[in-house]
Design a protein around this ligand. Sequence first.
Ligand code: ATP
Ligand code: MG
Length: 397
Amino acid sequence: MSLAPPDLVLVRYGELALKGGNRRNFERQLARNIKDVVRPIASSVVRREHGRLVVVPARRVEQVARRVSEVFGVKSASLAWSVEANAEAITQLSRELLNDALSDVPESRTVTFRVRVKRADKNFPVQSNALERQVADAILPGPERVTVKLKDPELELGIDIRQEGTYIFLARLRGPGGLPVGTQGRALCLLSGGIDSPVAAWLTMRRGCQLGFVSFHSYPYIGEASKKKVADLARRLGRWQRRAALYVVPFTEIQVAIRDAAPESYRTVLYRRMMQRIASELAEQQGYQALVTGECLGQVASQTLENIACIGAAADLPVLRPLLGHDKEDTIAIAREIGTFEISCIPQPDCCTVFQPSRPIIKGRIDECERAEALMDVGGLVRRAIDGIETIALEGE
Ligand code: ATP
Ligand code: MG
C-alpha cells in the first residue's frame, strides 16, 4: 500500500526569552510572514497551537514545507501526517512511514531508529514512554534492518498527541532561527553592489528588523547596469522579506562638489558622510529608526576606527554594523549561502570609485571633514539629492 502524502507542516520556533505580549507578537508576525511566503505556492491555513504553528496547505505540501523552513523565526519544520488519536491508527501509520523511509536505504545496512512521543493531551490513555515502546515493538522490521538507539538516531519518528490533533512526522528541516521580520522595527540599509552590505542586511532581517534599501549612484560615471545589480541583490533578499522599497539616490553632484572643494585624500570619507546624512533624512521621512551598513573594522582603508567615527558622526540615527566582528571569510560564507555572492561578484563599478583618491586618508579627523564641508552647500546638496530619489518597489522571489 502506498503512503498518502503528508497533509500539514509543523513549525517550531525558538527564542527562549519570549514572554507575554512579546510572544504573542512574535507568533502573530510569524504566522503572517509564513502565510505571505507560501501564498504563491498554495493557499494555506496557518493555525497557532500553543508553542508552535501548523500550516495546512491545499496542495504542494512538500514545497510549502521547504519554503516555510527558510522563514526567520523558524527553528525547524516537519512534514506531518494527521491521524486519529488511537493506538491502532498511530501504529498503522507509523509502520507505513518507517517502511517508506527504509525503502531508500540498501537492504544490507542497519539503520538506528527511535520513536519519540509527546503527549500534550493527557486524556490519551497510554503514557508517552509506554506508547513509544508499544509502537516501536509493533513496527520494527527486525534487528538487522533497524536497531533502536535513543541518542542521536539516524531516523526519529515523532508522534505528537494534542487536543487539536495527533500528528506523526519523520524528518526536521532546519530553519534559520532569528526573529520574524517585522517584530523589531524598521531600518534603512545602505546597499552597495558589494559583498558585505547584502549580508549585513540579511543579518539585520534575521533579528526581526524590516528593511528598506538605499543606494547611491553617480550617473553618467556609473552606468544603469550597476543600479540593476543592486536591485537584483535587494530582490534576492526579498526571499526573507517579500516586499521592500529601494531608494536610488543621484550622487554625482555631491561627488563633483567634494572633488572641487575638499582635500583629495578625504574624498571617500566625505562621500560616506554625505551618504549618512542623506540616509538619515530619508529614514526620518519614511519612518525608519536606524541605518545599517556593511562596514567592518579594519577591512579597507576607509574602515579604520577613526574613519568609521568620522562617517558615523554624520548620521542622525543609530548605525547598525552587523559585520563588525566578521572576518571576510565569514561574510563570504553567508553570502554564498543566501545567494547574494554570485550577484555581488558581477563586476560593476561603485560610485565610490569615481574620482577615487590615489592615497585615501587612513586616520580621518572630524574637524578636517567639517572644515572641507564648510566650503560646500551641504544642506542644498542633501535636499537636491533627496528630491532626485527614484523609488523602486520590489517584490521578492
Ligand atoms: P560592500 O561590500 O557592502 O560594498 P565594502 O566592504 O566594500 O562593503 P565599502 O565599499 O567601504 O565597504 O562600503 C562600506 C559600506 O558603505 C557598505 O557596506 C554600504 O553599507 C555603504 N555603501 C558604500 N557604497 C555605497 C553605495 N554606493 N550605495 C549605498 N551604500 C553604500
Ligand atoms: Mg563596497
